[in-house]
Design a protein around this ligand. Structure first.
Ligand SMILES: CC(=O)SCCNC(=O)CCNC(=O)[C@H](O)C(C)(C)COP(=O)(O)OP(=O)(O)OC[C@H]1O[C@@H](n2cnc3c(N)ncnc32)[C@H](O)[C@@H]1OP(=O)(O)O
Ligand SMILES: CC(C)C(=O)C(=O)O
Ligand SMILES: [Mg+2]
Length: 501
């Protein structure tokens, strides 16, 4: 049996059935081209009879895409097949995907029919499609809940009628992986002529087993997997492309099966589909979720920093993600904090690291999102007591129609100095007062006040960049009072200037 798995992407058909995920033709072409670059073998581009817009999209995708097969879905209805064939007329390689429900529910409660009639309609549809294209795929809808003996008869009949691919969908996401695997095995062993067709899986995720069922199908002989980017699709979605492809790649030693997918394009394709379809990817989604390669607890972070493979079974660059992320949280340890500090250019002694770590934990217990500027502030705070110049007192009078006035007292190496100044704003007044005490020729090059994110009682953060003798010095300050934060930032930078002798 071949060790090549065909990847049939149905993002633009099953995926696009999701409420809110509808795309216009231009957007569909963009996705189709991205799928082509990704290296999928077949793109299911739409259900042409369903609307003029979907018909038009299949036509335009057929023109735009150069090498993957373009597939159009139909019911086992002649008109659907006529319209699908018409929509594929520009496809370099076109496939008609026709089929009908085969489960007890579908035969009796949806199609109001009998197994014998369904069998006839299935064969008739395949023969009819075959008049238009050589490449005909048949789907036995709800095969997951179809009796295996009857399913085998249908599969045998449609292969005889010319189906080159037979799709065994678990339409309702009902099967257990063992059941689905056994279903495919049963067909492989009991259908005459089964090797004349490629057997395909099309699994839904209602019980979260779509990928497991797909893999079980592949392990038992299926050589086409119907998938969508990010696993989007009807209800709980379809099997996700990225999961199947990376399972084949990561577990090749066990499975021995390859796909033609250029895995380095996975992440960018996932982002494109998520953005165009306005469908966020859950953060813990395998392979493409924001946290798929992010480590946030101390023991894991320490392990990853020692050797990535301690906690990662895939290299993120293989799926187009630059690198693993080490996120700082209250569950992080010193190894992670030290790593982040080093990336930010801080080399701390063991004692200083312990001190910063204590402060970090207090902050992290109260703040979910620890950013680099928070860390910089903690480092600044930890070195505060070494500062020669400290802010001892600050009072500012300001308001509308008032000229702001600031009174400042600095503690310089234990000695107190006072100054008062006015300015065009409270910060200006306070800095001018400070400058009256510290006579250094410095210029403020950058003054950045970070937006308060939580509420009016939140800490405001200030980053100041000053220039002295052609060199740049950075200062950070944080306080619930933004004027105090600004003076602290200024003094933090000034404290870093070479001491005058
Ligand atoms: C499992 C899947 O994902 S299948 C694909 C699902 N996707 C879609 O349905 C999107 C496109 N669908 C549509 O645009 C419309 O449903 C159309 C154009 C196909 C049909 O529209 P309508 O003619 O208005 O029929 P409606 O949608 O109300 O009902 C579906 C009809 O198709 C029949 N039908 C359903 N599946 C099949 C099938 N595979 N083969 C033959 N007939 C079928 C149903 O029994 C029903 O017929 P009935 O009214 O005689 O009982
Ligand atoms: C049309 C078929 C293949 C389908 O989407 C399903 O059965 O889930
Ligand atoms: Mg489906």
């Amino acid at each position: 049996m071949s060790d090549r798995l065909f990847i049939f992407d149905t993002t633009l058909r099953d995926g696009e059935q999701v409420p809110g995920c509808q795309l216009n033709t231009v957007e569909k072409i963009e996705v189709a081209k991205a799928l082509q670059d990704l290296g999928v073998d077949i793109i299911e581009a739409g259900f042409p009879v369903s609307s003029p817009g979907d018909f038009e999209s299949v036509v335009e995708i057929s023109k735009a895409v150069t090498w993957p097969t373009i597939c159009a879905l139909t019911r086992a209805v002649k008109k659907d097949i006529d319209v699908a064939a018409e929509s594929l007329k520009y496809a370099k390689k076109g496939r008609i995907h026709t089929g009908i429900g085969t489960s007890y529910y579908h035969i009796h409660h949806k199609l109001n029919s009998t197994p014998e009639v369904i069998m006839e309609r299935a064969v008739e549809a395949v023969k009819y499609a075959k008049q238009y294209v050589e490449d005909v795929e048949f789907y036995a809808e709800d095969a997951g809940r179809t009796d295996n003996e009857f399913l085998a008869k249908v599969v045998e009949a449609v292969i005889k009628a010319g189906a080159t691919t037979v799709n065994i969908p678990d339409t309702t996401g009902y099967c257990l992986p063992t059941e689905f695997g056994e279903k495919i095995k049963f067909l492989m062993e009991n259908v005459n002529g089964i090797h004349k067709a490629v057997i395909s899986t099309h699994c839904h995720n209602d019980l979260g087993m779509a990928t497991a069922n797909t893999v079980a199908g592949i392990m038992n002989g299926a050589r086409q997997a119907e998938v969508t980017i990010n696993g989007i699709g009807e209800r709980a979605g379809n099997t996700s492309l990225e999961e199947v492809v990376m399972i084949m790649k990561s577990r090749y030693q066990v499975l021995g099966i390859e796909t033609g997918v250029n895995t380095k394009n996975i992440y960018q394709t996932s982002r494109l589909v998520s953005t165009l379809m306005n469908m966020p990817v859950q953060p813990n989604k395998a392979i493409v979720g924001r946290n798929a390669f992010a480590h946030s607890s101390g023991i894991h972070q320490d392990g990853v920093l020692k050797n990535r493979e301690n906690y990662e079974i895939m290299d993120p660059t293989e799926v187009g993600i630059n690198e693993s992320a080490i996120l700082l949280t209250a569950r992080s340890g010193r190894a992670a904090l030290k790593h982040r500090l080093e990336l930010m250019g801080f080399e701390l002694s063991k004692e200083k690291l312990d001190e910063v770590y204590e402060k970090f934990l207090k902050l992290a217990d109260n703040k979910k999102d620890i950013r680099d500027d928070d860390i910089a502030l903690l480092v600044g705070d930890a070195t505060q007591q070494e500062r020669r110049i400290k802010l001892d007192f600050l009072q500012v009078l300001t308001g509308k129609k008032l000229e702001p006035v600031a009174i400042v007292r600095l503690d310089i190496a234990g000695e107190k100095f006072d100054a008062t100044s006015s300015g065009n704003g409270p910060v200006d007044a306070a800095i001018k007062a400070v400058k009256q005490i510290i006579h250094r020729q410095v210029t403020i090059e950058e003054f950045l006040v970070q937006a308060i994110t939580r509420g009016s009682d939140d800490i405001g953060k200030v980053h100041m960049q000053i220039e002295y003798n052609d060199s740049i010095f950075h200062g950070f300050g944080a306080h619930t009072d933004i004027v105090t934060a600004s003076v602290e930032a200024y003094l933090d930078a000034v404290n870093k200037l070479p001491v005058q002798v």
